[in-house]
Design a protein around this ligand. Structure first.
Ligand SMILES: NC(=O)C1=CN([C@@H]2O[C@H](COP(=O)(O)OP(=O)(O)OC[C@H]3O[C@@H](n4cnc5c(N)ncnc54)[C@H](OP(=O)(O)O)[C@@H]3O)[C@@H](O)[C@H]2O)C=CC1
Ligand SMILES: O=C(CO)COP(=O)(O)O
Length: 332
């Protein structure tokens, strides 16, 4: 039977994954939900997403693109969630647990649901009764912009159900996308949430004037923070130097394409949160994640000085200059 895959979300990463699915040789039907009718009309007419990765040619039938989420979900067995975590609840507002029953749900989101303070797997399990064996997470160091350019990239597909992870990994692999699988769904998700916070920190440091030398120290400390946290939340044997953890942190902290680093850089240069957000057409997950992690970590009490500094700057309006100077005393 031909697999039927639905994409929920219309941003850069959704567009990049649509391209991967289309370039992958396995025959499949692809459906696409996005909220904006103007974008849909443009896509149907011109075969390009007008606002994100607009160079990518979209080769799916126009009738398969819609802003009716229930229709799109009904048509597919694999549902990829790909809106920023902050908007997941409102995106799924009209969708009932019944509608997701029996479907395989794939999260391409690297974020945590605000207010609930749940990573996506937990959110789907607790609020939509999706069993963990039907949940998959897409992670790994990969920017949508480089997918558009067909630059070689590696993805990690994580699930407690390794058979399902392998099936989905095969649907995404292309000439320029290599996939591997992992059963560390919790560690993979939390590491992806945290790396966004450290990318914001990296941008702030750059914005206030620190150089590459200090950034290297910052990121060395950041990976230790990630390890301390994921080991506390889900203590299994894992190598934090694998691409899904360290690789993802490095690409987001150093790349010109990083949304979170760009956002942090503006904060370091003195922009307010609002003005930095308005300046960007894209969403920096780290802004929301640091608030949620501040609450989640009240339970685990892991020592996380970098995350604490970013929280103080973004949510307690502390000066980036002073907060970063204080942080320099705590790193090694
Ligand atoms: N970009 C990348 O390279 C990667 C991204 N990811 C993850 O993918 C997820 C999606 O991010 P990405 O594709 O980059 O997003 P983008 O920053 O490219 O686009 C923003 C998306 O958010 C939507 N959006 C903005 N405001 C709202 C709102 N108020 N309500 C509902 N939707 C809104 C936009 O919809 P609209 O256009 O209609 O405004 C658009 O689809 C994130 O979790 C991100 O961490 C993971 C790996 C790589
Ligand atoms: O997760 C990503 C790359 O792996 C995208 O996030 P950034 O754009 O902030 O780097």
């Amino acid at each position: 039977m031909i697999p039927k895959v639905a994409m929920i979300g219309g941003g850069s990463w959704a567009t990049a994954i649509i391209k991967m699915l289309s370039d992958n040789f396995t025959a499949k039907e692809i459906y696409w939900w996005m909220r904006n009718q103007e974008s849909i009309t443009h896509l149907q007419k011109y075969k390009h997403n007008p606002n994100y990765l607009s160079s990518v040619e979209i080769r799916i039938p126009e009738d398969n693109i819609s802003n009716n989420i229930s229709d799109i979900i009904e048509k597919a067995e694999y549902i990829i969630l790909n809106v920023p975590a902050a908007f997941l609840k409102e995106t799924l507002d009209g969708v009932s647990p019944e509608q997701l029953k029996g479907k395989k749900i794939i999260s391409a989101i690297k974020g945590i649901v605000p207010d609930e303070n749940l990573i996506i797997g937990e959110f789907l399990n607790q609020k939509y009764n999706v069993p963990y064996e039907d949940i998959v997470v897409i992670s790994g160091p990969c920017h949508a912009e480089e997918v558009a350019l067909e630059k070689l990239s590696y993805l990690t597909i994580a699930s407690t159900n390794l058979e399902l992870a392998a099936i989905f990994a095969r649907l995404l692999a292309t000439r320029y996308i290599k996939t591997n699988i992992s059963d560390d769904i919790f560690g993979t998700e939390y590491a992806a949430v945290l790396k966004n916070i450290y990318a914001v920190a990296s941008g702030i440091c750059h914005g206030v004037g620190y150089g590459d030398n200090f950034q290297a120290v910052l990121i060395s400390n950041a990976i230790r923070e990630i390890k301390r946290f994921v080991d506390a939340v889900h203590p299994i044997s894992r190598d934090i130097k694998e691409s899904a953890y360290l690789g993802d942190l490095l690409v987001t902290a150093y790349s010109q394409f990083s949304r979170n680093r760009t956002f942090g850089n503006m904060i370091g240069k003195g922009y307010t949160v609002k003005s930095a957000q308005l300046e960007m057409n894209m969403v920096a997950e780290g802004y929301y994640a640091v608030n949620s992690m501040h609450h989640v970590n009240k339970k685990y009490k892991v020592d996380m000085p970098i995350s604490r500094a970013v929280y103080a700057i973004l949510y307690e309006k502390h000066s980036p200059h002073i907060e970063m100077r204080l942080l320099t005393e705590q790193l090694n």
